[in-house]
Design a protein around this ligand. Sequence first.
Ligand code: MG
Length: 380
Amino acid sequence: MRLVGATLYALRIPFVEAFSHSATERRWSDSVVVRVRDDAGTEGFGEGAPRPYVTGETVETMLEHLGRDLWPRVAGRDLPPAGHLPGLATFLPETYLAGALAPNAARAALELAMLDCALRRVGRPMASVLPPRRTRVTYSGVVTAGSVERAVQHARRMRAIGMRHVKVKVGFDDDVARVTAVREALGPGVTLRLDANGAWTFERAVAVLDAVAPLGIAAVEQPLPRGPVDDLARLRQATPVPVMVDESLVTEADADALIEAKAADFFNVRISKCGGLARSLAIAARGSAVGVGVQVGSQVGETAILSAAGRHLAAALPEVTFVEGSFGTLLLAEDVSVESVRFGHRGEAPLLTGPGLGIRVVEERLRRRAITVRELSTEG
Ligand SMILES: [Mg+2]
């Protein structure tokens, strides 16, 4: 099997409602979708979500990196046997992008597209390379920024639909009041976690966490900005709330350093951020081996493609404590697949069992929602 063509779609799908957190405010999805085509005409779709404040990639550098550095290294070459995940992942060369921590969104998008294509070519589902260990996946709700009143409204809605796990964005002047109000709205039966997106100083983190710890906080995500792992390790000693790393965990080297420093209780593993499924599995395995819990996270505004990949990862990992994503049209004005990936009552969603990633992408929607479309061929 050889890849003979690829199309890059830089999407701009409006959100149903502006989703904001302390590091940025997003009003639309800005994913890049990659469609690859093999010599038999089989297509596969992948997606990456470039985030300047996470991997250092932008939509523009991601498009460039795919077209200039990654695609020419795989185009026209014989791919490893259908759906052999480690083989496929090592087939993708290690690449670097000036000014970025790692070109992981680009890598993830191409890896997923190649995997989807290889599996579709032989009519096999993801389960054939990534066997599920559970029959459904339970997602968390996320309470976004905005006024405390709005946060409370969101929390009430989540309680009403039976969500069992909720995360609230913090990093504001009113954090203690906010978390207290959200906990009250959720009641005691829902697990509650915080995500500061690196907005706190060490002192502020200790103060807020001391104040809210009695409310029962399952974890605090990225309390400090990405920086020395020893700072996180010190904070972990200074607070009773378990610490989860997100922006601090991009590469496998990050995982090793965090483990070595005993700086994290949980890893937030996200496919786009971590550079694809194979690397996400590797990072999760490193964590699980030393008792670090795993959350399968998502990108705000991701389409059904990254959500489907996240579903497969969350279903397959030996241990997974929390799962996020699969908001689908709860967040996007339109999603890109025939099948809805949106989670349902109690945050539950079934496995996706169709060929490849298990969803059928509607190319016409990609084209309609794209602000840029680039065609790549074996001629470059
Ligand atoms: Mg986060």
